[in-house]
Design a protein around this ligand. Structure first.
Ligand code: PLP
Length: 424
């Protein structure tokens, strides 16, 4: 029998760039002996792993907590005691004035974004089509194929600011930001996957004002941000308002397998997400909510992330940057994006004679896996050479793997420039 699929069925089950890439990465990894700088897995942080183990023991030993955790469906909004703990934490940390009605839990923030983007943008009853504006591309690859209709995203081409000889920074090109009545929301990850960009408070304030003035939403994806996992190496304020939608995740504190995302938004949005939860999955996975709730109630999560997670990733970053300086020939026009958070190095090889996809293939031959940068430039309106000149590397895996991997990347980049190598 031949399979005939609806438009949405074809869209969700069809070929996507990310699916092809993940397949390819998976096949490469199954050959064994690979240096994996390509994935998005958080590192194993021993201090955090110890806490999860202790919490599981506590749950197992405390009355019927274990049976209740596994045996009951929660409300579609999430676990009430987890939600109340979040309300207290965010109000006390940031001076927000949220209540339980502002929160909805999802099965991972990935699902949260699928719901959000498709409920805010797409086709409307009056025939109007609205989009999600990504103010700086490159952005998180996981958004790219989430639209249930075509062309859900519109991306702003960033300005490139040179910070130092081998360092650059993307900033929002406010003068050319395409905001009009066809935009439903502005969305960004902060820190950004893939670049490690932490959009400045000033940029966020400007975007927030643009959103408010245009009566649209500003969605801030804090998967790596504050207050947890706090993989962020400077200060970044957390704004709040009726037009702001925050997303948080328990994945990068070390619980990606327990699939828990948190949406904090105005009551209507939070209620809509809860309703979608009921339709798509009845209730959320509650294991991580049960594990983490006491750490949120006591506020301990704040100190924990600051003492165990932030320094862990920061030290790994500094070490990786040192290796880059050692391995990359100084006369090549390569440049890394300023890394203010998350756990990726974003390398731009200006005027590279081959594409980043070709570089990826060459690196794969040498058992080193990175992610070619072109996947992160979705929603762009015009071709841009820069999109084929970048790669993303995860620096949080074991130091031996990262060191060897970076050495091979540096050799292949130098070899790709070859005789045509430019000097900076
Ligand atoms: N947002 C960003 C920027 C991410 O990098 C990821 C995962 O890597 C997610 C969201 C989704 O995370 P999760 O669904 O595990 O909460």
């Amino acid at each position: 029998m031949s399979l005939s699929l609806s438009l949405i069925g074809s869209k969700l089950s069809g070929k996507s760039g990310i699916l092809e890439l993940m397949d390819d990465l998976g096949k490469a990894m199954s050959q064994g002996g690979m240096l994996m700088l390509g994935g998005g897995n958080p590192a194993s942080v021993p201090a955090m792993e110890k806490i999860w183990r202790t919490r599981m023991h506590e749950i197992l030993q405390s009355g019927r907590d274990f049976e209740v955790m596994l045996g009951n469906y929660d409300t579609p909004q999430g676990r009430p005691k987890f939600i109340s703990a979040l309300v207290q934490l965010f109000n006390s940390q940031y001076g927000w004035n949220i209540t339980e009605k502002n929160i909805a839990i999802t099965n991972g923030s990935q699902s949260g974004f699928l719901f959000l983007f498709n409920m805010l943008a797409g086709e409307f009853a009056n025939g109007m089509k609205k989009k999600i504006l990504v103010p700086i591309c490159p952005e998180y690859i996981g958004y790219a194929d989430q639209g249930l209709c075509e062309n859900l995203f519109l991306a702003g081409k960033p300005l490139i600011k040179e910070i130092a000889k081998h360092e650059f920074h993307y900033t929002v090109d406010f003068a050319n930001l395409p905001v009009d009545e066809s935009i439903a929301a502005i969305a960004l990850s902060r820190p950004t996957n893939p670049t490690g960009n932490v959009m400045s408070d000033e940029e966020i304030e400007k975007l927030s004002k643009i959103a408010k003035d245009n009566k649209i939403f500003l969605c801030i994806d804090n998967a790596y941000g504050a207050p947890f996992p706090n993989a962020i190496f400077g200060k970044a304020s957390q704004p709040w308002g009726d037009h702001i939608i925050h997303s948080f995740s328990l994945s990068k504190i070390g619980l990606p397998g327990a699939r828990t995302g948190i949406i904090i938004a105005n009551e209507e949005i939070a209620k809509a997400i809860s309703s979608i939860n009921a339709i798509t999955s009845l209730a959320n996975t509650n294991v991580a909510q049960e594990i983490v709730a006491p750490l949120i109630s006591s506020g301990e999560i704040i100190e924990l992330t600051k003492s165990a997670i932030t320094p862990f990733y920061h030290e790994r970053l500094l070490q990786a940057q040192e290796w880059c300086r050692e391995f990359f020939p100084d006369n090549l026009p390569y440049s890394f994006h300023t890394c203010g958070g998350a756990f990726f190095l974003w390398l731009w090889c200006k005027d590279l004679p081959i594409t980043s996809k070709e570089l990826y293939e060459r690196l794969k031959q040498r058992k080193t896996i990175v992610v070619p940068g072109n996947y992160f430039f979705f929603g762009m309106q015009e071709p841009w050479k820069h999109t084929d000149e970048c790669i993303r590397m995860n620096y949080s895996q074991s130091p031996e793997v990262v060191k060897e991997g970076l050495k091979i990347v540096a050799e292949e980049v130098a070899s790709a420039y070859g005789a045509s190598a430019l000097t900076c």
